[in-house]
Write a protein that binds this ligand. Sequence first.
Ligand code: FAD
Length: 318
Amino acid sequence: MKVTEYFEQAGGETLISFEVLPPLKGGGMKAIFDTLDPLMEFKPPFIDVTYHREEFIYKQRPSGYYEKTSIRKRPGTVGICASIMHRYGVDAVPHLICGGFTKEDTENALIDLNFLNINNVLTLRGDARKFDGKFIPEPDGHKYAIDLVKQVAEMNKGKYLDVNIENGEKSDFCIGIAGYPEKHFEAPNFHSDLNFTKQKVEAGAEYIVTQMFFNNEAYFKYLETCKAAGIEVPIVPGLKPITKKYQLNSLPRLFHVNLPEALTKEFDKAKTSEAVKEVGIEWCIEQSRELKKKGAPCLHYYTMGDADTIKRIAEAVF
Ligand code: FAD
């Protein structure tokens, strides 16, 4: 079933969903099942699987020169999604990114997903690779997520890149996109970012999942501004509990989000790692309760492999 159909079916009740990372190369499905097994009692209708493109490392050759080598640390999502659907009988949502994909690679991935009856995708641009500094698309790849949205929407009409395909099978993908209550870090201003989000919706995106945020007011304001701009698709809040003190700096650096002063003050009072974790969990529980009370369509938890923490939060909220 499509993600948006779950929202419609829920009739205003808040659903729960989880996001998992593919295991590092050399690892199996066990790490994912270990994360998801304890969470399935909360009956998530869908589970997202992130996609991680290749990175470059520099290896020193015997001559002393450094050689740039591409490594893929985590496998792709198609097999993982199929495996999740098979084990739990829920829908899996693969993340599809522009980075590292030509348009043809994307088409091939979509064809495989369609064959497997995986008909939800979260379409994203992806971040710049560490050594590139800025996002560089493949020579025949997409520069922005909107181009990916358009490609999926075209396949939904039976239009493939190969013009020789006539009356191609129409896929039926439900297309999700990312949204940024605190603005995407590259955007010159909030309204510019919102305008591109609107364009993605007009191009066929049917729902939005937000970047993590720690101040619900940012989400509520985002809902209002989206509505005022004519963006009427469901907007799912993405949530991540802080469990370690270093995350007070790493999350703003990596995800370009703000931590409210009230939260950092609570962390200042926490003197042990256990106390820090408690503060983070309690904050996330309070955030979740308020979002649920105010009618969020779904609470989407970034698990990052920490099933125990997410389970505690879900138990307190659902
Ligand atoms: P875009 O929509 O392309 O926007 C990127 C920037 O360009 C923004 O500043 C936007 O304002 C601007 N822009 C957009 N369209 C245009 C245009 N037509 N012309 C000019 N400027 C434009 N990354 C991964 O690598 N793998 C994942 O699995 C993954 N999952 C994610 C899940 C969620 C819920 C979120 C919020 C993010 C995720 N990311 C993931 C990170 C995401 O790839 C980055 O945030 C990336 O920097 C932007 O992706 P986007 O889809 O928002 O890009």
